[in-house]
Write a protein that binds this ligand. Sequence first.
Ligand code: AMP
Ligand code: MG
Length: 344
Amino acid sequence: MKQRIKNEGYCLGIESTADDFSVGIVSFNGEILANIISAYVPPEGGIHPREAARHHAEVADAVLKEAFEKAGIKPQDLMVVAFAQGPGLGPCLRTGATVARALASYLRVPLVGVNHCVAHIEIGKLKTGAKDPLTLYVSGGNTIVSAFNSGRYRVFGETLDIALGNCLDVFAREAGLRPKPGEPLGALVEKLAAKAKIFIPLPYTVKGMDLSFSGLLTAAVSLLKSGKYHVEDICYSLQETAFAMVTEVTERALAHTEKREVLLTGGVAANRRLQEMVECIAKEHEARFCAVPSAFAIDNGAMIAWTGTLAFNHGLTTPIEESYVKLRWRLEEVEVPWVGRMTQ
Ligand code: AMP
Ligand code: MG
């Protein structure tokens, strides 16, 4: 174990909103000392919340231990414990919250409940140096276009049904694609799309500033079942259509807010084609394009820990009796007093 100065401020963050259980440890000046992620991979089909929660409970001890070893600190060196309080899957959130409460009570340190979507934006800002970005957050569970305005992260556009990552994952499973261990399904769709020869028109659904992916998914799956097209061409057409939809909404929000930076985050941010499209509209509006490195774009504990330090520094803590999980905690409901200071 590395020797560290005792009582330096460290925050431990627990992420368990969906299929990943992760523990991150950060210092108050933004140094990330550990970010250990254990992903639940269902034997077949999609994520079953209770099965994922069982995985989280089983690995919690080992992931915590590995995080402390990697960070080179002891539990007693922590100043605060943060956890993802929502939004997410109930059983998964409750498992992470239970671990966080136990740790904070045992160590007698404050607990901070963090909003998962705010954490994606804050870690993106930390890792890319963005100060006041328009953010496109696209993951397995969320699709949100957001920017800071009048004290909150406002939602300018979002999905009305399934998330973009979920759309790609369900399609990949329907197509029988088999990922290598640790390989995301969306990355497999990306690989196949690169080999496509033709574009097949698919339903493009943007309603005002909101998005809908379920009709697109159904149409892509029926092309697959028709047996008339190569899977590569359907992957390509699905990607092009879905990514054009999110890029259109992002561009309109950018024109409206006149932000100088565009931040791309969430698991789907790893996709090169999506990066290319978003970078293109950022350039047209003379905004800096910032893509979060993939280790911090996917669900991770470091983002919870970092946001925990920001909240804690502004006197925001969560008493145990208020630490119940919030399955549908919306981004614009969250107080973010630290942002106003940095951007106004
Ligand atoms: P998250 O929900 O943030 O943990 O991210 C997981 C989501 O990101 C899943 O839906 C993955 O399929 C998706 N994903 C990861 N890599 C890629 C990629 N290269 N292209 C598209 N989607 C991806
Ligand atoms: Mg995940």
